[in-house]
Structures are given as C-alpha cells and as structure tokens.
Design a protein around this ligand. Structure first.
Ligand code: NI
Length: 271
C-alpha cells in the first residue's frame, strides 16, 4: 500500500497528539460501508475462525452453549479477503502515517460486534495492556462503525490526555482468568470521559495508551465496529517490564488457538 492521501488536516493531527483521541465523520463511503457490513455479517453469522481462537467472547467465559456478549474476531481479512481491497484501509494508513511518520505500517485488524439488545460494555482499558511487554509501541487504532455509533449502542469514549500515562495495572474482567477481556485496575475519572458518537463510516483514532471504553448495546440492532491497528516497526522495550495480568490466563480462546496451532495467536496484536 502506498498513498499520497492526506486525510487529516494540521489541526486534527495536533488535537490528536495533544488529546490522544480524534473523531472524524467519514473515512469510508456509504457504498463501501454497505459492502463491509455484508462481509462482516457473513463472518460473524458463521462464527468464522472460532476453532482457531480467532472468534471469541471478549467479555465472557466463551462457552459453546452460551450466546457471546461481546464478540471479537481477529484478522477478518484472512477470512474475507475483500477487506484487503476496501479503500478505507488505505485512507486509515495514510492518516496513521501523517501522525506517526512515513514508516508506520499496518499491524493488525479485528472486529468487535455487540449483539442487539445485550451486547456487553467494553470496560476501560489501554490497548497496550494486551500486548507483549517486551516490545516498544508507537501505535494507534482506527475504529470504524458500520452503522451510526451512538451512546445507546456503544460508541467510543476516551479520557483526554491519558495517552501520556504509562501502562496502568489491568486485570481480566471480573478478575476471572477465563475471560479474555482486560479492564484497568485503577480508578478512572469517568467525569472527564468524552463520548464520540459518529456516523456509519466515520472513525475514531486512539493511541495504544489512551484509556477508552464503549458502553452496552441497548438497541435492537447489532453494533458493528471494524478496527485497524497501525504503528512504527516494533523494537525491544528498553529495560525490564512485565504485565502480570497476562500470566496464567485460562481462556477458551487460547485453548482453541493452541490446539489449532493458530498463526494469528503468535503474530497478531490482540487489542
Ligand atoms: Ni481497545
């Protein structure tokens, strides 16, 4: 992918660097959103990738006979190659290069679907808390809703300036090691949270350390989000660090991935 696109203006870039988040009204055309939604629903309806651990419940214990409250899919383009041809991928990469520099590269993509009526909240977290602590990250995520994102269906919310913090202590949701999702342990100043409702095909951007949250889906339609991660080439983290919350996990996802010897498990980022 190469591009001379400049999707962001100087004021947006400056605001993002200062606040750690940004919302824009359009990164994909309505026609593209429709095509993305078709591919997206096909993947989630069939729970593609489940046996490899690439489809799972982010907020529950992920048992086979219970409806997942917060469905996540890693690497949708591996299962639906048309994701590779969507123009918003190139636009998002160009925006990431405006922010991080020309050597920024795609570092993964995933999808989070909150089912109609009972989709769970995504608790406050920093994405970097999920990642290998031995590496150093200069990364950001671009979050694209495939329908309007509202407070009622779980739009993104951010704590301004939180990207300046280090990686805060996290724990598995409910302190249950069987649950994949992480939540920050320290108190979050939720009174400072900024909710970012945006149209279908809009986007929010956040750095890997920006504290973020998305509420439950209280509507009668699924809340679909497609998320792309971009970053500078990763280097060893200078010094020692370990994330205690990543040790001794016992998730059904990891078990399925291990028995399928999933490549994504080893190489993919799992925000
Ligand atoms: Ni996240």
């Amino acid at each position: 992918m190469s591009s001379d696109l400049s999707p962001l203006d100087a004021a947006q870039i400056a605001a993002f660097k200062e606040q750690g988040y940004l919302a824009i009204d359009s990164i994909a055309t309505p026609d593209e959103v429709e095509r993305m939604r078709d591919a997206y629903d096909r993947l989630f309806d069939a729970q593609i990738g489940r046996e490899k651990g690439d489809h799972f419940d982010l907020a529950g214990v992920d048992e086979e006979d219970r409806p997942a409250k917060l469905q996540q899919m890693l690497g949708p383009s591996l299962y639906a190659p048309e994701f590779n041809s969507f123009e918003c991928r190139e636009t998002a990469l160009a925006a990431a290069r405006q922010i991080l520099g020309k050597s920024a590269e795609p570092q993964g993509e995933h999808a989070i679907m909150k089912p109609a009526g009972f989709g769970a909240a995504t608790p406050w977290h920093q994405d970097e808390s999920y990642w290998d602590p031995k590496l150093e990250y200069h990364s950001l995520s671009v979050w694209v809703p495939l329908q309007e994102a509202t407070l009622e269906n779980g739009c993104m919310q951010f704590i301004p300036g939180s990207h300046q913090l280090g990686v805060l202590p996290h724990r598995p949701i409910n302190n249950d090691r069987r649950i994949h999702g992480l939540e920050v342990e320290t108190q979050v100043e939720t009174a400072r949270a900024v909710a970012c409702p945006i149209p279908a095909g809009g986007a929010t951007f956040h750095f890997s350390r920006t504290l973020h949250y998305a509420g439950e889906n209280l509507t009668d339609k699924p809340r679909r989000a497609y998320i792309m991660v971009f970053g500078l080439p990763r280097k060893p983290f200078p010094g020692e660090r370990s994330f205690s919350w990543l040790k001794d996990r016992e998730t059904a996802r990891e078990k399925r991935a291990a028995s399928a010897k999933s490549v994504v498990l080893k190489t993919g980022l799992i925000p």
